[in-house]
Design a protein around this ligand. Structure first.
Ligand code: P6P
Length: 335
């Protein structure tokens, strides 16, 4: 597909390519895209429409919810629940799964999402995003339970993110490469601007929250120390560091110019396997990164093969340029 193709035109082609089994998937993607367009507008209005600041509540993660966290969750639910493509939803902002109300038809997919990733940045006007993952609901299940969502990332049929930055972007995969669309505000359409995105296998740019250095496990500390040692160190190359505190922005930078993003397991809270959530952050981003030729690991196993045990399960995340991720994995093997 060439640049300038609209998302609608792309999804018509997708429907032809996907054929019978997943013929409803393009229509579900379109519903998600409508939610992202609405979110793009609300986020761009910010203080003008009084959506900044705290909602005065906490989510299941124990994190203070921003007004926009709650609003973005509502926008996604409202856009996705009516179409008849879903059997259920789950979100970072909801403790339990969201069953499709009886007044709407049910469908064959399960949608999991982080409606506003990086929301701690919203009040300081730094890029935030929406991340989503689509699974098939088990055959014959019309009222899915949490157990029906407990499928490894390899079972995803679609994953994507919207990035609300200087431009609003929608990045998608259905297992046949990664395509990036830019929202044309003049016509309200997402337009294909970066077809078939590929991550360079090598990089000299790493992303990690260095304030956690004292908690890192040895392999991560070894990798970062070698990057920081630069030309004088074992890598014999200088490295750059970035940390936006918005996973969507980090992943998009990596898709665009390479890099490695790490939110590893650490000793800060030994009870947690990591900070990021498997089902609606790590798995969808891993699907996208691998489809673009990158790699994604906990350091000890491929993220998409981690067996889920809960909707809000946390996991260590090391993803990006293939050769750098493999180096960090090798360091974990060496101990
Ligand atoms: P920290 C945002 O809250 C998020 O889930 C990711 O988008 C981001 O990469 C990470 O957490 C930032 O974490 O500890 O730097 O605030």
């Amino acid at each position: 597909m060439q640049n300038g193709t609209t998302l609608n035109q792309f999804l018509i082609e997708e429907r032809r390519r996907l054929g019978g089994t997943d013929s409803d998937l393009p229509a579900l993607i379109n519903d998600i895209a409508v939610a992202c367009k609405r979110l793009s507008y609300v986020i761009s209005q910010g203080a003008l429409v009084g959506v900044l600041g705290s909602a005065g509540s906490e989510n299941v993660q124990g994190e203070t919810q921003k007004k926009l966290d709650v609003l973005s969750n509502d926008i996604m639910i409202e856009a996705a629940q009516r179409g008849g493509y879903l059997a259920g939803m789950a979100s970072e902002e909801m403790d339990d799964l969201y069953p499709i109300p009886a007044e709407y038809p049910k469908g064959k997919y399960l949608l999991m999402f982080d409606p506003l990733d990086g929301s701690s940045n919203i009040d300081v006007n730094i890029s935030v995003g929406t991340i989503f993952s689509v699974l098939r609901c088990p055959e014959g299940v019309t009222n899915p339970a949490v157990a029906d969502f407990m499928q490894p990332g390899t079972q995803q049929v679609c994953a994507g993110y919207a990035l609300y930055g200087p431009s609003t972007l929608l990045v998608l995969t259905t297992g046949h490469g990664v395509n990036c669309f830019t929202l044309d505000h003049n016509v309200g359409e997402f337009v294909l601007t970066q077809p078939n995105m590929r991550i360079p296998e090598d990089t000299r740019e790493f992303a990690i929250n260095a304030s956690n250095a004292r908690f890192w496990e040895k392999p991560v500390k070894r990798y970062v120390d070698e990057c920081v040692a630069g030309k004088e160190g074992p890598r014999k190359e200088n490295f750059n560091m970035r940390w936006v505190a918005s996973m969507v922005a980090e992943v998009h930078r990596i898709l665009t110019r390479g890099g490695i993003f790490m939110y590893p397991r650490d000793t800060k809270d030994p009870s947690k396997a990591g900070k990021l959530r498997l089902m609606y952050e790590a798995n969808p981003m891993s699907f996208i990164v691998e489809q673009a030729g990158g790699a994604s690991s906990t350091g000890r196993e491929r993220i998409q093969e981690v067996p889920p045990t809960g909707l809000h399960q946390r996991v260590a995340v090391i993803l990006g340029s293939k050769n750098e991720v493999e180096r960090v994995v090798a360091y974990h093997k060496e101990g």
